[in-house]
Design a protein around this ligand. Structure first.
Ligand code: ATR
Length: 282
């Protein structure tokens, strides 16, 4: 484990804004649970200071940094290397400092898929998956899902062209179809798994739903990336229809867990991390 000259494992998260990030409480709990002497700090970095900050990551011997909005794409140009996921997704959420070499990784997609498998006991191979949305969050998710050999992925987005561009990008990995929102009911009717990656339903707009939920009756799992609120209106309606539901908290926990494991080489304490985030939300 690289703990710098001070013996302290220095970690942090950069974003603008950053004050409301749950990453510090989650990673501090993980460090405590694993008895690792270290720190994890929320660092407010504005876009004009990003390049300078990345220099200090090397100089001040940070072992790892999480990257959030609005730096996930722009930070890539200042790093020494990108892993395959970060390169293909075109965004970095985790930086690992390997003796002064900064490696950009992306754990959002794998974190989501892991949480879906673990928490919803979802088998993805051969399943018909409908993804709502085609923005930044959808990119990582669709890439990770496509890598799992599903039967078919259908993208539904308010702006159809954006979904078409995404489908073209990952066409080498999976069979990805695009339907206009006007044909949402058709796509939903024969879906096994429906995943909302849009921001519709997020606090404080909790009365909103990204789709008419009526056709969800036969869907096995309905999943939402949003974790504030823990149960979105979409998930509540799906649950009332008898679908199994899966919220976004697990994705947040597992993206952090993969980052923690890259930095420390130690298995992440998933339950303690989840509990810390839940405690901080109450
Ligand atoms: P993120 O990084 O959270 O994905 P984004 O890149 O701005 O943010 O993408 C937001 C996604 O939510 C998009 O799919 C967007 O649809 P458009 O591509 O048509 O803009 C979707 N979205 C946001 N608000 C929406 C709304 N009110 N109705 C339907 N879709 C919405």
């Amino acid at each position: 484990m690289n703990q710098g000259m001070t013996g302290l494992l220095k970690l942090g998260v950069i974003g603008d804004p950053i004050a409301h990030s749950k990453s510090p409480v989650m990673h501090q709990a993980a460090l405590r649970e694993r008895r690792i002497v270290g720190s994890y700090t929320a660092l407010h970095v504005t876009p004009d200071r990003l390049e300078d900050f990345i220099r200090t990551v090397r100089e001040e011997e940070y072992r790892g940094i999480n990257v959030t909005i609005p730096h996930k794409e722009n930070v890539m140009r200042y790093l020494d290397e990108l892993d395959e996921d970060a390169r293909r997704i075109g965004a970095v959420n985790t930086i690992v400092n390997e003796g002064g070499r900064l490696i950009g990784r992306n754990t959002d997609g794998i974190g989501y898929v892991r949480s879906l498998k673990e928490e919803a006991a979802a088998e993805l191979a051969g399943r018909r998956i409908v993804v709502l949305g085609a923005g930044g969050a959808a990119r990582g998710i669709v890439y990770a899902l496509a890598s799992e050999a599903p039967g078919r992925i259908t993208l539904l987005n308010r702006t159809t062209e954006r979904a078409e561009a995404l489908a073209r990008e990952w066409s080498d990995l999976a069979d990805i179809a695009v339907l206009p929102s006007s044909r949402a009911a058709e796509a939903l009717q024969d879906a096994d798994i429906v995943i909302n990656t849009t921001s519709v339903g997020m606090h404080p707009h909790m009365d909103e739903v990204p789709i008419d939920s009526a056709p969800l009756r036969g869907t096995e799992i309905v999943s939402d990336l949003i974790y504030n609120p823990l149960e979105t209106k979409l998930l509540r309606l799906a649950r009332e229809k008898g679908c199994q539901t899966h919220g976004g908290l697990g994705m947040f926990v597992y993206q952090g867990a993969y980052a923690f494991e890259y930095w420390t080489g130690v298995p992440a304490p998933i339950a303690a991390m989840r509990e810390a985030v839940l405690d901080s939300m109450n």
